[in-house]
Design a protein around this ligand. Structure first.
Ligand SMILES: [Zn+2]
Length: 403
């Protein structure tokens, strides 16, 4: 009897797990389209292992150190690649400490006419600059591996009409302190980014154990991304050994999204126990790559993105603001009071979060008039904060500075 009962329990479990995580044909197709030769060719081109043709000239990208002559070639090469898929590559220049940097990105616009879809973005990103400062400096794993996977995502997904917008972003000046991604994230509207997947070093597995790490904070937005990677890895099945790292590292561009209150994770090789020995040296070359591991890493990142961007069931009315431009927060910077104007509902809930994701203020109230005034806690430190205001199933997200 006992044995029989266990068998039934097992069947029930199998039934639930297969219904919860059934394969979707579209995602399966995308994962099978991820091509290791295509990935490796782009890595070789970015890391000077083979030539590139830029503006009809044969050339070699010998390094990608910030503000060098050769990183400008890399930027042009990336633009050319994105444009070749029918996307429009955009340069986003910025200046830091007198140096000129530029992010390169392309947007794949949502095919759905739904307002919710049009307002929401998924991000896949990687930095394209590298270290050390040397005239020849390959940066194959750090981070031609990530850049090539973003370009591969664009190559495959740009052929489809998807309900959500996708940002394909390649950041500059990561190695100088995440400067490019900070600049980029500061231009985004809060609440519009559903998930950002940052790829930084995804091709080294020296001991063949298939371990990969997901750096994620223990908060809802990040968990949604981590869980997506975990479920795609088992459902399709990709076969990586994934570990969630929390507390996470802040040492790559995902942390810029966090600083501006957007959900993100870092997807990286085993940076705890089996890290690339060529890291930040002139030995960071493709000869250290584990190609089948790299292929799996790219499949998982692109598969997770495809699953997100094609699944209209992931959109909820509470996920974004419907009337972002109607409610105003002022003043900003804030001293000790914040005002919200144009409130038209009977009950609102206000939540203020710091950049670590900790809630420092949480209150429900019944507005007496169209403008609400909130007294900030006296203990509040100067800095950047996120406030969300929920009313009648809508959510308004804003950032503000206290000083
Ligand atoms: Zn890196």
């Amino acid at each position: 009897m006992i044995k029989k009962r266990r068998f039934h329990v097992l069947l029930v479990l199998l039934f639930f797990s297969s219904t919860l995580y059934a394969q979707r044909a579209f995602v399966n197709n995308i994962i099978h389209s991820v091509n290791i030769d295509s990935l490796m060719l782009t890595v070789r081109q970015l890391s000077g292992d083979t030539t590139v043709i830029i503006n009809n000239n044969i050339d070699t990208i010998k390094n990608r150190y910030a503000d060098s002559t050769d990183i400008k070639k890399a930027a042009n090469f990336i633009k050319q690649k994105l444009n070749s898929f029918g996307l429009t590559a955009i340069e986003q220049p910025f200046i830091s400490n007198g140096y000129n940097g530029k992010n390169i990105y392309a947007i794949q616009h949502a095919s759905s006419a739904s307002y919710l879809s049009q307002k929401l973005y998924y991000v896949i990103c990687a930095h394209y600059d590298n270290l050390p400062k040397a005239s020849i400096n390959y940066g194959a794993d750090d981070n031609a591996s990530g850049v090539s996977a973003v370009i591969e995502a664009a190559r495959i997904l740009s052929r489809y009409a998807l309900p959500f917008n996708i940002y394909y972003v390649l950041f500059d000046f990561e190695e100088q302190g995440k400067i490019g991604s900070d600049f980029f994230c500061n231009t985004l509207d809060i609440g519009t980014i559903k998930a950002a997947i940052n790829l930084d070093m995804i091709a080294y597995d020296g001991n063949n154990d298939s371990v990969a790490n997901i750096h994620s904070r223990n908060i809802v937005g990040d968990d949604v991304i981590s869980n997506k990677l975990l479920s795609v890895n088992t459902t399709y099945p990709i076969g990586l050994n994934l570990t969630i790292i929390n507390p996470p590292s802040y040492q790559s561009d995902h942390a810029s999204f966090w600083n501006y209150f957007m959900p993100a994770i870092l997807f990286i090789e085993d940076d705890k126990h089996d890290f690339n020995p060529g890291y930040h040296s002139i030995n960071d070359k493709i000869n250290l790559f584990n190609k089948s591991y790299y292929h799996s890493m790219a499949k998982l990142a692109i598969g997770a993105l495809a699953d997100f961007a094609s699944d209209s069931l992931t959109v909820g009315i509470n996920d974004i603001m419907l009337k972002q431009n109607e409610i105003f927060l002022y003043p900003n910077p804030v001293k000790n009071q914040i005002h919200f104007s144009h409130i038209h509902s009977n009950k609102v809930c206000i939540k203020i979060t710091n950049t670590n994701g900790e809630i420092i203020f949480d209150m429900e109230l019944i507005p007496q008039q169209e403008t609400i005034t909130i007294d900030l806690p006296e203990s509040i430190a100067n800095g950047l904060y996120h406030v969300s205001l929920m009313s009648d199933g809508e959510m308004i997200n804003r950032k503000f500075i206290t000083q």
